[in-house]
Write a protein that binds this ligand. Structure first.
Ligand code: TXA
Ligand code: MG
Length: 322
């Protein structure tokens, strides 16, 4: 059980310019005072994250957004009403108080209200917005449990342990243009859900540069070769032919369990995409840690709804082994 005292201590660390890891509903974040450039620089150093990769700013209530942005747009309130607190990040023109290091020099800032009581209390007690990327080393698997954070960032002074995250996959990142929203990164909130509130833009023209690392081809990688069963390249077919399949693990979505693999992990037992999203990163962490496993083959999931975000993460994880 996480005590209020721990959150208070974490807030003190944030107030004095330090960095703490905390749970959100999606993945664990590595947070610092978003308005303090020196504090934010520590996040980049700890994560070994390139400075061209902007951070999401987390706030605790809709009123906190006004000082951070330089526009007024009724659509923000419509989206906030429906999706906040929750896994939606909205990229908007920033105000001058948001330091350049947070946005990698971009004129826009990504903002969200996380749906997690520990995160919200931390933001409130810190008295400032908290910028936070996922609490993993750059390019590695996002953490959905405090122990994943501890494994990648063992020297971190403070990790608030809120157990396993309930959503398990990162927020959907969108920007707005005149005719609607544009998805910059697929996430838990689907395009269909967003379209019930505002239209999807017909063009992809946006104020937000698309050079968003969420859009990098390689990301979220386990430290072992991983392949998507339906998307094998010549190179990966050759790799699999030469390997001993008893050293392989299979990630199953449909429930099938090919006998040649020594280990099978199930994204879902009922082919449920939301359950698969919750389990994906945890399974990748488990297989990355498991000594007997030398490579991973994953079944595809249907590319609809949240399946789009799952396939996006799987493709990025497997990209460098293609
Ligand atoms: O669920 C989440 O979004 C988690 C939790 C901790 O909130 N955070 C997260 O942060 O996934 P990170 O840094 O791993 O990914 C943030 C994504 C990146 O793809 C980044 O490029 C994009 O958001 N982003 C942030 N600010 C942006 C901006 N101003 N313009 C375009 N993309 C932006
Ligand atoms: Mg990340």
């Amino acid at each position: 059980m996480l005590l209020n005292r721990h959150i208070e201590e974490a807030a003190k660390i944030i107030k004095r310019g330090g960095v703490v890891a905390f749970p959100t509903e999606t993945v664990y974040g590595l947070g610092a005072n978003a308005l303090d450039p020196a504090a934010v620089a520590k996040i980049f150093a700890l994560k070994e994250r390139p400075v061209f990769d902007p951070l999401i700013v987390h706030i605790a209530s809709v009123q906190d957004i006004a000082p951070l942005i330089s526009v007024s747009d009724d659509r923000i309130l419509l989206l906030a009403d429906r999706f906040w607190p929750g896994p939606l990040t909205i990229v908007l023109p920033k105000s001058d108080i948001v330091p350049d290091i947070v946005t990698s020099g971009l004129p826009t800032v990504g903002i969200r209200i996380p749906d997690n009581e520990i995160a919200l209390e931390l933001i409130r007690l810190s008295g400032s917005p908290i910028s936070a990327p996922s609490a993993n080393k750059f390019g590695r698997i996002s953490p959905t449990d405090a122990k994943h954070v501890r494994r990648q960032l063992p020297d971190l002074e403070c990790i608030l342990d809120g157990g396993s995250t309930k959503v398990g996959i990162e927020s959907t990142v969108i920007s707005l243009n005149r005719d609607g929203f544009i998805i910059l990164r697929e996430g838990f909130i689907t395009s269909e859900e967003l379209e019930t509130i505002i239209p999807k833009s017909k063009s992809r023209s946006t104020d937000a540069p698309l050079a968003s690392p969420g859009l990098l081809k390689s990301h979220y990688s386990p430290q072992k070769p991983i392949f998507i069963e339906d998307e094998l390249t010549q190179k990966s077919i050759a790799f699999l032919k030469e390997s001993d399949s008893s050293k392989g693990a299979y990630i199953s979505f449909s429930g099938k369990s090919p006998r040649e693999y020594s280990r099978v992990e199930y994204l879902s037992h009922t082919a449920d995409l939301k359950e698969a999203a919750v389990n994906l990163f945890g399974i990748l962490h488990t297989l990355e840690e498991c000594d007997g496993v030398e490579f991973i083959v994953s079944e595809s999931v249907p590319e609809r709804g949240i399946g789009l975000a799952i396939m996006d993460r799987l493709r990025k994880a497997s990209y460098r082994y293609r």
